[in-house]
Design a protein around this ligand. Sequence first.
Ligand code: GLN
Length: 491
Amino acid sequence: IAEAPPTSIGHPKQLYLLFFAEMWERFSFYGMKALLLAYMVTQLKFPEPKGYAILGSYAALVYTMPLFGGMMADRFLGYRKAVIFGGILMSIGHLIMALPQGWSFFYGMAFIICGNGFFKPNISSLVGTLYAENDPRRDSGFSIFYMGINVGAAIGGLLCGYVGQRINWHYGFGLAGIFMLVGLIVFYLGKNSLQHRGLPPDVKNLKKPVFAGISTEIIIYAASLLVIPVVVALFNQYHFMDYIMFGLGAVSLVYILVMAFRMDGMARSKLMAALVMIVFSALFWAFYEQNAGSLNLFAMRNVDMHVAGTELPALSVNNFLPPAWVIILSFFFAWLWPVLNRKGIEPSTPLKFGLSFIFVGLGFYVFYAACHMGTETGLISLTAFILGYFFIICGELCLSPIGLSMVTKLSPARMVALMMGIWFFASAVGEFLAGKIGALMSVPEEVVNNPVLSLPYYAAILSKIGLWSLGIGVLLICLSPLIRKWMADVR
Ligand code: GLN
């Protein structure tokens, strides 16, 4: 950050409040996710395809709820109340998961899902409120925020991964819960520094009794709690998720298209540009999210974790590496983009999106090549594993933080929170697809303990992911001049 260009120096101090609140929230979120699949497969003894289906459904719902949480905040609650309510639900969810009781597992996840819907999109939108529409610091503000996300994710993955895998799975989940509470407290104590930002659009209306003396605010909270048993039921009948994701995907696409066509020319084409990039981002996450899925099991089974005579805990390593690379490479990209900009050759947002697929493709090919070299022992080298993630994270940094900022710039002001919800919904679709792709890497029971035999199951699909990602990258690069044109004056 020290070498960042002059335009990114001097951010509003509230950015650091949001940074730390989000940092601890992501600690808990990624700490828990690091354990999830391995816990289901090794402890609950779920067959692997079921493990992938539940993981995919959980992560899909986690990122679907922001659609509703974003909408409720825009219309009624304002961002601040939404973040606090979401934080409370997430804390309860993580702490429930620390209980060893059978019922607690699905309920814990359901609370996290509902809570995330209120927390995640609205804390991101709050970052957007710190900058005027064309403030040049907006992008770097989001990059700093993204750094907070990843500091939390790195420590969370490392610690919860270690505690869960090596000491006790439930202590790992519990640790996540404690730090979610820390995030919530940080936000609660600091929220007044946000001044007028993120307050409810109409407090009187929100507090006014509308039904049997109950206010809109309480109705929203109560309705959200009712969603929890529905989510639990869905986990028990996870096949329904196919219809839900397809239905919601179609509805949101049509809704945005209708909204776009009601707007004037410039606003419409900007929204269309955002929409196209959002659709591509879903595919990006489908590949990327193998990290929290298949690559967890791959790391446990087929990556040589021995370093200097000790065996590292695979879940910690696999979940620490991506955010750690994000932190390191963020500095590089924070330096690179302005340099390219000054030379007039900074890639446009859609071109960066295209490059992100190329990087992810290269990353998966590194894993694949390493599989080829490791056929004798069934283990790939840790160095190759680290290198593969290097490329994948270059891809992430060309898409994810840029996408957040892009959404706040290309959407009309009154639709920002909704569009933020749709941006995260693309992650939901991606996560769901990631579960399906992961399931293709299910390893039969009889070979799970034999790395030589399990390796080919991974190698075959890793190479396909690489190929698809490169192909989509090329397509998007070809489309990028057109999308760039639709973006009009937005850079
Ligand atoms: N890693 C980022 C985060 O947790 C992006 C996640 C996403 O959009 N899928 O915020």
